[in-house]
Design a protein around this ligand. Structure first.
Ligand SMILES: C=CC1=C(C)c2cc3[nH]c(cc4nc(cc5[nH]c(cc1n2)c(C)c5CCC(=O)O)C(CCC(=O)O)=C4C)c(C)c3C=C
Ligand SMILES: [Fe+2]
Ligand SMILES: [Fe+2]
Length: 344
């Protein structure tokens, strides 16, 4: 008997079922570059205990007394300089939406699969998208935190938020989370191709290529976060794929925040040091970022480039993230198809 017929017979509201959802989730983004939007975004981000692990008694006076009064203005200006003015949104948002739309098209062979996207901080929220997918009949949801390397501050907080959304659901979908893919051969090949493809467009050759990952405080690593090791493995595999030396392709960490020591070597200090040592030409790639964002377009492509030139360097190039390019989409689709096994 058709299960819906039986439910209607007992006056049960009609329910959708039988589909599988794929939810791509990136970090987040402010709605605008104005003070209020920036403050709202930074407040949500910087009150996440997975991001700032300090005691709330110590952190909140600093956050509410200093950080949320000074940082929104400063960071808002930086966002404004790299804003996607055509769509009035950040590029992180543009690329994440494009990734979901392109993946949905490529999954035409999987008619019961719905692909959507969300942000951990800001809109659209994970909860709103999980509710939509569930209402649309997704009994199973594959949650994809868009981070090739696992960190508690990124992957785990996305997973936490999705499990929190389940707390209020009567009919919970089954939830599967995508693990790190820092050493997946398809990902490594896409990075290597992106490096060689970008360098082929230049009329000069870099002496050094930095693979610059977002940092985390060293104390998080000492407590057992595997992020550092996974970044180094990605760097080593790309280097081996390209047949380059440790001097030619180096791993560094960027985006320090606060007074603590973070993972080293620091990208900004390395860029300065290379220029001071007489290196004239460098390239920087950000393998840990699935999409270009403030940290790549401003901190690296603008700030690091300026610093290199100020310290005596001559040529600097930023290699874009994989974004929604065919190479980038091949990686995301490969990982999702593998993790959907047994469900479709
Ligand atoms: C202690 C603070 C932070 C930790 C730990 C941290 C880890 C971390 N972050 C990313 C990816 C991104 N971070 C981005 C921006 C950003 N990060 C922090 C702080 C920490 N990040 C702040 C305060 C900000 C906002 C900008 C600023 O105020 O400087 C972004 C960009 C978002 C955008 O909209 O463009 C990304 C992406 C990773 C991968 C990571 C740990 C592995
Ligand atoms: Fe960050
Ligand atoms: Fe930054």
């Amino acid at each position: 008997m058709n299960p819906n017929a039986e439910m209607i017979a007992v006056n049960h509201p009609p329910v959708q079922f039988g589909k599988v959802g794929v939810l791509l989730v990136n970090l987040g983004t402010p709605d605008g570059t104005d003070y209020k939007s920036m403050r709202r975004y930074l407040q949500e981000f910087l009150t996440d205990r997975r991001v700032i692990e300090w005691s709330r008694f110590l952190w909140y006076p600093i956050l509410y007394g200093i950080v949320l009064n000074t940082r929104p203005g400063k960071v808002g200006k930086a966002y404004a300089s790299i804003w996607n003015n055509d769509l009035d949104e950040s590029y992180l948002r543009t690329y994440t939406r494009n990734q979901a739309e392109q993946m949905a098209k490529s999954f035409a062979d999987l008619p019961n699969v719905r692909v959507d996207w969300a942000m951990r901080y800001g809109q659209p929220s994970i909860k709103s998208k999980m509710d939509e997918l569930q209402k649309d009949g997704c009994e199973k949801i594959l949650l994809f935190p868009l981070y090739p390397q696992y960190a508690a501050a990124t992957t785990a907080t996305v997973n936490d938020e999705a499990f929190k959304a389940l707390l209020k659901m009567r009919w919970q979908p089954a939830l599967r989370t995508v693990p790190r893919y820092h050493d997946d051969p398809v990902y490594i090949e896409a990075l290597a191709n992106s490096i060689t493809g970008h360098l082929a467009t230049l009329d000069w050759e870099p002496e050094v290529i930095l693979t610059s990952f977002h940092g985390i405080p060293k104390s998080y690593f000492m407590k057992g976060d595997p992020y550092h090791c996974q970044c180094y493995k990605t760097g080593r595999l790309v280097r081996e794929k390209l047949g380059w030396s440790k001097e030619k392709l180096q791993v560094t960490f960027q985006s320090r925040f606060g007074p603590e020591e973070w993972l080293q070597p620091y990208t900004d200090k390395t860029v300065e040091k290379l220029a001071q040592e007489g290196v004239k030409r460098i390239a920087v790639i950000n393998p840990g970022f699935v999409s270009d964002c403030l940290e790549t377009l401003e901190e690296i492509a603008v700030e690091a480039a300026e610093s290199f030139h100020e310290h005596g360097g001559e040529k600097f190039t930023h290699i874009p993230c994989l974004n929604d390019t065919p190479g980038g989409m091949a990686v995301l689709e490969h990982v999702v198809r593998r993790e959907l096994m047994g469900w479709v």
